[in-house]
Design a protein around this ligand. Structure first.
Ligand code: F6P
Length: 375
């Protein structure tokens, strides 16, 4: 077993339900099983760079199992290998400040690091491992788009929010004989929309993986009207796009590794559909960050506890440059070199992307029960 006296932990990227549950499991395992100390860095890699840290103890991690957000705070802007800063003219420049972080780890006497985050955060974890830092990643994202992972933590909590939101707009759609559109997150991956729509009982689901034809969607609504179903609920992924169009970009965050923030397809779809429906009302709701906030659901609490504890075990087993995961129902570690490659990195993952398969099982089941994908 490796000699480790102190480990560091950080939560990078956007927040996601379950981060605190992972931090708690890391701390409890490190202290109870291995008798080692844990230092938490604040705001992801930003804290590792500025040396903003706190000791994590059994006491200060008590009762955080179900809290959304993270007691360590997040930042999705601090790639220390390509650190964005503004020069004297206010222009964004980049530099490699990773050596500062390595020195900070040495100064703390930290032997190994647990990094909890999405693809950007894990890419940096891989790069720190290449520099000789002992590091294990814990994959995080509500989007469920990580390869080599059955389900990422945060996804199931977000699904609960989506399912409840579909339930809620369904009753309004019914009372007003309306079309209600619910826009959900997921970036360029449709799992949240697909599973959320399926579990909420949506009539139409629009995904990034299956470009839609707005005329087809209008036909579905008219057919439903003709059968006496005057209400239609559409769940649309923020990354969905029409066959002849593009995704709707809500915002560009210049100093973020992945600059594009999607959002607005729900409203756009409503204004495309209304003129095709002879006066029928179409309303859109974007549930946005409600999908990332609030209490962590039971499934995620348990998954996070397993992953956090596995991360510490992996470090003590001498592993590094890997992420912990439950894949094909088996707890295991996978090399970050093999996992990464989507989104901001532009490289190719050996696992491929974990996108929805348009011909796969879940889409097929949805089609079986009459859900339309607008194609
Ligand atoms: O990757 C998680 C996610 O919630 C995406 O589904 C969404 O597109 C994005 O992050 C939103 O990021 P931000 O919190 O910066 O708006």
């Amino acid at each position: 077993m490796l000699e480790i006296k102190k480990i560091g932990v950080l939560t990078g990227g956007g927040d996601c339900s379950g981060l605190n549950a992972v931090v708690r499991a890391v701390v409890l395992t490190a202290i109870n099983k291995y008798g080692c100390k844990v230092i938490g860095f604040k705001k992801g890699y930003a804290g590792l760079y500025s040396n903003d840290s706190m000791e994590l103890t059994v006491e200060n991690c008590k009762d955080i199992l179900d809290w959304g957000g993270t007691i360590l705070k997040n930042s999705n802007k601090d790639n220390l290998f390509n650190y964005a800063y503004r020069d004297e003219n206010g222009k964004i420049q980049h530099k490699d400040v990773s050596d500062v972080a390595v020195q900070n780890l040495k100064d703390h006497g930290i032997d190994a690091l647990v990094v909890i985050g999405g693809d950007g955060t894990l890419t940096s974890a891989r790069d720190f491992a290449r520099k000789g830092v002992k590091v294990i990643g814990v994959p995080k994202t509500i989007d469920n788009d990580v390869s080599f992972a059955d389900i990422t933590f945060g996804f199931t909590t977000a699904l609960g929010v989506i399912c409840e939101s579909v339930d809620r707009v369904r009753t309004t759609a019914f009372s007003h004989d309306r079309v209600q559109i619910l826009e959900v997150m997921g970036r360029n991956c449709g799992w949240l929309a697909l599973e959320g729509g399926l579990s909420g009982g949506a009539d139409v689901i629009l995904l990034p993986e299956i470009p839609f034809d707005v005329q087809k969607v209008a036909e579905v609504i008219k057919e439903r009207d003709a059968k006496g179903f005057k209400d239609t609920v559409i769940v649309v992924s923020e990354g969905a796009k029409p066959k002849d169009g593009d995704v709707v970009v809500k915002k560009i965050v210049e100093d973020s590794a992945d600059t594009i923030r999607l959002g607005g397809i729900g409203d756009q779809l409503a204004s495309m559909l209304e003129p095709l429906l002879g006066g029928k009302e179409v309303r859109a709701t974007n549930i946005g960050h409600t999908q990332r906030g609030g209490h962590t659901c039971q499934y995620d609490r348990s998954l996070c506890t397993k992953l956090g504890s596995m991360a510490v075990d992996a470090l003590f087993n001498g592993e590094s440059g890997k992420m912990v995961t439950i894949y094909n129902a088996k707890p295991q570690t996978v090399s970050l070199e093999d996992v990464l490659g989507r989104g901001a990195t532009g490289e190719t993952s050996k696992g491929g992307s974990n996108n929805v398969d348009p011909n796969g099982f879940v889409v097929q089941i949805a089609r079986n029960i009459g859900i339309s994908f607008g194609d």
